[in-house]
Structures are given as structure tokens and as C-alpha cells.
Design a binder for this molecule. Structure first.
Ligand code: TA6
Length: 280
């Protein structure tokens, strides 16, 4: 491909945007507004994990890459309706490309969901996803209140990182306590060293910005902004056997590090907020 090439293609029933420039390549699904791949040219190493069994038939969210959780994280919608989709509804929405900017720094695309209304969310919001593909990948989720009433929301950039071997992976940068989602939110001390040998589903209430994932010889740096939490998830063997779109050994090569708002953020009319994750 020539410099700064942006093309569209299909994966089964899903439209994707292929981005290639002198610094990196990336693939973004317009179903869910989901980055599926990011490979910087300096080392040609894929940073994101995409399940071998991921489905591209629009029937469910795509397992891997960077799913967008909005306007609620997990089941934090505050409603009694148990049928509301986990992690909100934008990860199953169609998104459209609004803007494309290419320059020496790389390529920037802006995506907007077809609609932000649905499933009982009472706010009136504009959501923009700005994706920069260059020396690093930057994903910015901007929420703006364009209604006349305040609304509250939670959200996450639910990134699945590729790791060489989860059993030989260390997460660096977290300390203090976390809420263990596997023990009804029990408060536990962050392990040191932070290594993985079992199912892990943790909410670290922190505004820490810089994390590092080291897996054997590979290091991935993750910077977060605009968050109140960092979520760490690996389903391990038994749980992943219950997840239809994950193969049985998929958990050995992934680790979710999610830049999240889990406590809820209220936006007054005309206010906006941006949640950012950068991946090096
Ligand atoms: O963010 C962690 C988490 O909420 C886990 O509890 C786990 O269920 C995961 O996300 C994946 O959720 P999903 O709905 O994509 O299967």
C-alpha cells in the first residue's frame, strides 16, 4: 500500500476500515466502532488480541480488539431490567466515519455511532470516537451532553491485549487495593509482582495513567486518561470454555486492561468528557 492509505473491506457481514501509513497499520470495525488490530512498523508486533472464534455476523459483539462500553460498564445501568445488554449497546451499533486526517504523524479517523439512543438510556448525547494510528495508537471516546437535562453514564475502552504467554506476563504500575468482581466486590490488596495464574476480574479504583504489560520479551505500554478505574480481566481456562466465541486456549494469549469509568460521571447540558487510551 502507498503511504497513508485508508481503505474499506469486509469481514463476513461487517464493514472494516484498513489503515496503513509509514508508522503503523490498523483495522477498525464499523460494527461497534471497534479497533481490531494495531501493528506499529517499528517492531511489526500486533498489540491487540482478536479471538480465533470471533464472530463477524453482527449477532453479538466482536470478541477482541477494543470494544466500546457505553453508556454503562458491565451491568451498571441502574435499571431493574435484567435483559439490558452487558457493557451497553454501542458495541453492537453501526458506526460511520465522519472525518479522516492524514499527515506525517499518521492517520486519524473519527467515528460516530448511528444513534446513541436506546435501551432505556435517558440522556441526549453525542459520542465521537477519535482513533489515531501512528507511532502509538490513541483511542478517545468523547461524550457530550447535547440535551437539556444532566445525565450520568459509565464507560470503558475494554481493550484485549495480545500477550505471548499469560503465565509469563507481568502487569506493572498498579498498587493499593482493588475490588474483586469474582468475590462480590471484596476489597483485596494488589499483588506484587502482579502475575496471573487464575481467573482474574478486578476493578482498580485509580487514576493511575501509566501501565506496562511485560510478557516474556515483549513490552506494551498503556496510558489512560479521563478514567476513574482500570479493569483487569482474564477468564482463564474454565470460564473461557463457557464463552462460545473464545477457543479453549485463547486465554493464554490475552489480557484485558480497560480504561474505565465505573463509578459514574454526570454531565450537565453542554458538558463533555473524553476517555482516552494510548497504546505503545
Ligand atoms: O470488564 C470485565 C468484564 O465485565 C468481565 O466481568 C467479563 O465478563 C468481561 O468483561 C467480558 O464481558 P462480555 O460481555 O464481553 O463477555
Amino acid at each position: 500500500m502507498p503511504k497513508n492509505k485508508v481503505a474499506t473491506a469486509n469481514r463476513d457481514k461487517i464493514d472494516v476500515v484498513l489503515i496503513e501509513n509509514t508508522l503503523a497499520s490498523a483495522e477498525v470495525s464499523l460494527f461497534g466502532g471497534q479497533v481490531l488490530s494495531y501493528v506499529p512498523k517499528r517492531d511489526n508486533r500486533e498489540r491487540l488480541w482478536l479471538s480465533k472464534n470471533a464472530q463477524f455476523d453482527r449477532a453479538k459483539p466482536i470478541r477482541g480488539g477494543i470494544p466500546i462500553c457505553w453508556p454503562w460498564f458491565a451491568n451498571r445501568h441502574g435499571k431493574s431490567d435484567q435483559n439490558l445488554p452487558a457493557h451497553g449497546y454501542l458495541r453492537q451499533q453501526n458506526w460511520q466515519m465522519r472525518q479522516l486526517i492524514s499527515n506525517d504523524q499518521g492517520s486519524e479517523i473519527t467515528l460516530v455511532p448511528k444513534t446513541t439512543e436506546g435501551f432505556g438510556f435517558n440522556g441526549v448525547a453525542n459520542v465521537h470516537l477519535i482513533i489515531n494510528v501512528g507511532e502509538h495508537l490513541s483511542v478517545s471516546l468523547r461524550t457530550r451532553n447535547v440535551g437539556s437535562e444532566a445525565f450520568a453514564f459509565t464507560a470503558a475502552l475494554h481493550s484485549y491485549f495480545a500477550v505471548e504467554d499469560i503465565r509469563r506476563t507481568r502487569l506493572i504500575g498498579l498498587s493499593g487495593d482493588y475490588e474483586d468482581s469474582l468475590q462480590q466486590g471484596k476489597i483485596c490488596p494488589t499483588p506484587s509482582p502482579y502475575i496471573f495464574h487464575q481467573e482474574t476480574d478486578r476493578i482498580h479504583l485509580t487514576q493511575t495513567e501509566n501501565l506496562r504489560v511485560e510478557s516474556k520479551q515483549q513490552t506494551t505500554q498503556i496510558c489512560s486518561f479521563g478514567h476513574d478505574s482500570l479493569v483487569v480481566w482474564n477468564p482463564w481456562r474454565e470460564k473461557s470454555q463457557t464463552i462460545a466465541d473464545m477457543d479453549d486456549s485463547g486465554y493464554t494469549n490475552m489480557l484485558c486492561i480497560e480504561t474505565a469509568i465505573t463509578r459514574g460521571l454526570t454531565l450537565a447540558p453542554c458538558e463533555d468528557h473524553t476517555l482516552v487510551q494510548r497504546i505503545y
